[in-house]
Design a protein around this ligand. Structure first.
Ligand code: GLC
Length: 474
């Protein structure tokens, strides 16, 4: 059984959000469990790309509409990432600094998918199954099934994982002419509401569909940005599998990105030592609870409410907590969060950037992690936080609901709220400040959370079970 994961991101080569973490960790665990896995992603021009050695393994040509494009597949030398890592380059299209955010993204990812299938078709021993991640790979199951050029790939099974259904890869219907030839009457499989919809197409054409938590799948039946009916139609092939975390990368006992390493027995001491480090940098009082937000500053994460919620909380609980926001995203949200730096000097600081190392330092230092998400397919940050003994303050939705239990329940360890509003977020902060006053309970919760096993082991096996059943029935 040979598996090829394909996605737009893969840590440590390229990461924008949790998708990168999953595509970088799941294959590693599967390889260690005896399943040969490789990963293919576009050749983004990242630091990692420049810092490592690569071998050219394939050169080919594709034709997209009127454009003749040369492509190259390179493979990372050595095995330091734990699986075979391949990148596909199309000169001028894929070798760019950002993973997404270009006007021609639709064309870039379409070309990537076509070139990827050409490469796979050229392999002497092609994979048995493609594990595809998010809409950037959503047209591949269709092309395998229906494009004449890829008829030899028909026996390859496809599993499509939805990390985020709010991005669907929508294009005008006329773009179907950019795909390799197929019978015209199959066009309907590409469409949803008279447009090409890569996500909908994947749900229709993939052999199996998963979401990154069971809770998220049940929400998608009622709210999936227009795809509700499709989820109902295809429910038999859909399953929710909770993401795991890479517990080698995320381990406070060995983490080289944090100031002071610590284990569960000495969590209070370890966290305080790390908090001192951060508080000294920002001129904060380390005796106060430190509440952090780490993530993309976008609507889905409810980052648009953060600035008002933080101000409300400071009005309600003045000088009772410190707060740091780390992330980047929408310019107006970045601006709102920067503007308030002046007003809460000594208690609040925004760090508008993507900074992997500093995020580790914050998980180690913070007492609480705030995640008020509007939608959260799984959420990894709450899991990282728990591993570092940091108490999550979350809106109970999607994967957050599946993984965080409120302190009011038996064995509860988090602070949860149901409705999303500025007031609810500020209330959550209030409950956190109150909890922080109870040292004994905080220590118990920290130790309990650090004991919960969220490693990939279990979920990686669930995927392997699906691979097996698809491959044996193909
Ligand atoms: C997306 C989702 C997030 C999930 C991650 C990995 O970034 O928004 O909830 O954890 O993908 O699956």
């Amino acid at each position: 059984m040979k598996i090829l994961h394909i996605g737009a991101e893969c840590y440590p080569m390229a990461k924008v959000g949790g998708l990168g973490d999953v595509v970088g960790a799941l294959p590693k665990y599967q390889v260690s469990m005896g399943v040969p896995c490789a990963v293919l992603l576009p050749m983004h021009r990242t630091f990692f790309l420049q810092q490592h050695q690569w071998d050219v393994v394939h050169k080919g040509k594709i034709c997209i509409g009127n454009a003749d494009l040369d492509f190259t597949v390179i493979k990372k030398s050595g095995n330091s990432v734990g699986f075979d890592l391949y990148c596909l380059d199309i000169f001028g299209l894929l070798d760019r600094e950002k993973v997404y955010g270009y006007d021609d993204d639709y064309f870039r990812f379409l070309a990537f998918q076509v070139a990827a299938l050409h490469w796979i078709a050229s392999l002497e021993q092609p994979p048995d199954l493609l594990h595809l991640h998010d809409h950037h790979t959503g047209l591949m199951p269709f092309m395998i099934k229906y494009c004449f050029a890829f008829s030899q790939l028909k026996n390859i099974s496809t599993l499509f994982t939805i990390h985020n259904a709010s991005y669907q890869g929508i294009m005008d219907e006329e773009f179907r002419n950019l795909l390799p030839a197929f019978d015209d009457w199959k066009t309907g499989m590409l469409l949803w509401n008279n447009q090409i919809n890569s996500l909908a197409c994947a749900i229709k054409c993939a052999d199996s569909v998963t979401t990154v938590s069971p809770g998220y799948l049940s929400e998608l039946y009622n709210n999936s940005f227009g795809l509700e009916q499709l989820f109902h139609q295809e429910h038999q092939k859909c399953k929710g599998i909770l993401n795991g975390i890479d517990d080698e990368v995320w381990n406070p006992a060995t983490d080289r990105m944090i100031a002071v390493k610590y284990e569960q027995e000495i969590v209070d001491w370890g966290k305080y030592a790390n908090k001192m480090h951060v508080c000294n940098t920002f001129g904060f009082d380390a005796e106060l609870p430190l509440i952090v937000f780490i993530g993309r500053l976008v609507w889905e994460k409810a980052a648009d409410l953060l600035s008002s919620a933080i101000q409300d909380a400071f009005r309600l609980f003045p000088e009772k907590f410190n707060c740091i926001v780390l992330g980047n995203g929408d310019a107006s949200i970045e601006q709102d969060l920067t503007l308030i730096n002046r007003d809460y000097h000594g208690f609040y600081r925004s760090q508008i950037k993507y900074d992997e190392a500093f995020s580790h330092q914050l998980y180690a230092s913070a007492d609480f992690l705030l995640m008020p998400s509007r939608t959260e397919p799984c959420g990894l940050n709450q899991l990282y936080a728990m591993r570092y003994g940091t108490i999550p303050i979350v809106r109970s939705i999607g994967g957050l609901k599946d993984t965080v239990v409120d302190i009011s329940a038996k064995n509860g360890f988090g602070i949860c709220f149901e409705q999303l509003s500025i007031q609810e977020i500020a209330n959550g902060v209030g409950r956190a400040i109150e909890l922080y006053g109870n040292n004994k309970q905080v220590t118990q919760i920290r130790k309990h959370m650090m004991n919960i096993n969220h490693s990939w082991q279990k979920s990686a096996n669930e995927y392997i079970d699906i691979y097996r059943s698809l491959i044996s029935s193909s």
